[in-house]
Design a protein around this ligand. Structure first.
Ligand SMILES: [Zn+2]
Length: 287
C-alpha cells in the first residue's frame, strides 16, 4: 500500500470482507508427482560428464541430456545464480517462472519442478536435492531459491539510475546464449526469460508488498540439484549482486564463481519416462 492511501473510506462490512480466509489458488493434489525416491536412488554410482565454472559477473550455457542430473554448487563465497532453462531442441519452450510459482509457491526446493511455457507446460527439471532446505522461511518471511524475482537487467537499471551497466544477469545470459547457439546477440536476447534465483534469499514486505532481499545464507559447498526431464540447454549467471545483500547492477558487491556439474546415472531411474507435451487440444473454443 502506498503511503498516501487509502483514498476511499472502508465500507461498513470491511472487516468481514477482509476476514474471509483464503484458499490455495492451484490445489496440486492432482499434479503428476515425480517419483523422488527413484530419482534420488538413480544417483548411486553416477558419473560426472561435464563441469563448467561460471565466472563472477558472467554466465555460461551448458547442456543436460534427459535423464541426467545437474548440480549448481557455491564455490569461493556466497553467490546468487540466475538460471534459465530451454528445451535443447526448441528454444521457444522455456522455463515458465510465473506458472511454476503458481503451482509450487514463491520458493522452490526438493520435489518441486521447473515447468515449461505454453503450449507444452511440462516439467523441464525436477529438484532432487537442496542443501539449504533447512532454511525454510525466516522471521522476515524470506526464503531461498525464488521464482518471484525476474533477473537483474540493464533496462531497469537505466530506468532507476540512468546508468549503463553491462554485466546484469540479463546481459550475461544474453551473451552466453549467443555464444552457445551462434544466434546474433539481439536474437539471443529474446530467448532470455525470468529465472529461478538459485541461492537468492527473498520475499515480500507484508506492509508494502515490495520485493525484499537479504544476504544469501549460501556457503561454499552448498548446492541445488536437478534431474533433467527432457534434453535441456541451460544458462547460469553469477549475479553481479554477489550474495545480493545490498545492490546489483554494479561492480560494488563481492562476487564469486558458481560450479555447474552434469552427472549421468548408471541406468535411468526406475519407472521414469520423459514427460510428453501438455495434452490440451489447443482449439481454444474455436470449433
Ligand atoms: Zn542478477
Amino acid at each position: 500500500m502506498k503511503p498516501d492511501t487509502p483514498h476511499h473510506p472502508a465500507p461498513a462490512d470491511a472487516a468481514a470482507r477482509k476476514a474471509v480466509p483464503p484458499v490455495v489458488c492451484y490445489p496440486v493434489e492432482s499434479l503428476p508427482q515425480p517419483d523422488l525416491a527413484a530419482l534420488q536412488a538413480a544417483r548411486a554410482g553416477w558419473r560426472k560428464t561435464a563441469e563448467v565454472l561460471v565466472p563472477p559477473r558472467d554466465a555460461r550455457c551448458f547442456t543436460v541430456p534427459a535423464g541426467h542430473f545437474l548440480r549448481i554448487t557455491s564455490v569461493g563465497g556466497p553467490q546468487v545464480g540466475d538460471l534459465n532453462l530451454w528445451n535443447a531442441a526448441d528454444l521457444s519452450e522455456r522455463f515458465y517462472s510465473g506458472k511454476t510459482r503458481a503451482l509450487h509457491g514463491t520458493h522452490l526446493s526438493t520435489g518441486d519442478r521447473m515447468w515449461s511455457s505454453f503450449p507444452t507446460l511440462r516439467p523441464l527439471a525436477t529438484i532432487t536435492d537442496d542443501s539449504l532446505d533447512w532454511y525454510g522461511f525466516d522471521a522476515f518471511g524470506l526464503s531461498v531459491h525464488d521464482v518471484i524475482g525476474t533477473r537483474c537487467d540493464p533496462y531497469t537499471n537505466t530506468l532507476l539510475t540512468g546508468g549503463q551497466y553491462h554485466h546484469c544477469c540479463h546481459s550475461n545470459l544474453t551473451r552466453a546464449l549467443a555464444a552457445a547457439t551462434g544466434l546474433p546477440l539481439h536474437q539471443a536476447e529474446t530467448h532470455v526469460h525470468d529465472v529461478l534465483n538459485v541461492f537468492m534469499c527473498t520475499g515480500f514486505s507484508r506492509q508494502t508488498g515490495q520485493y525484499l532481499m537479504k544476504a544469501s545464507p549460501v556457503r561454499p559447498g552448498d548446492y541445488l540439484e536437478f534431474f533433467a526431464e527432457i534434453d535441456l540447454l541451460g544458462g547460469l549467471s553469477a549475479c553481479p549482486g554477489g550474495d545480493c545483500s545490498s545492490e546489483h547492477s554494479s561492480d560494488t558487491a563481492a562476487c564469486h564463481p558458481l560450479r555447474i556439474e552434469v552427472f549421468a546415472p548408471q541406468s535411468p531411474p526406475a519407472g521414469w519416462v520423459s514427460p510428453q507435451r501438455n495434452s490440451y487440444d489447443r482449439s481454444h473454443g474455436s470449433r
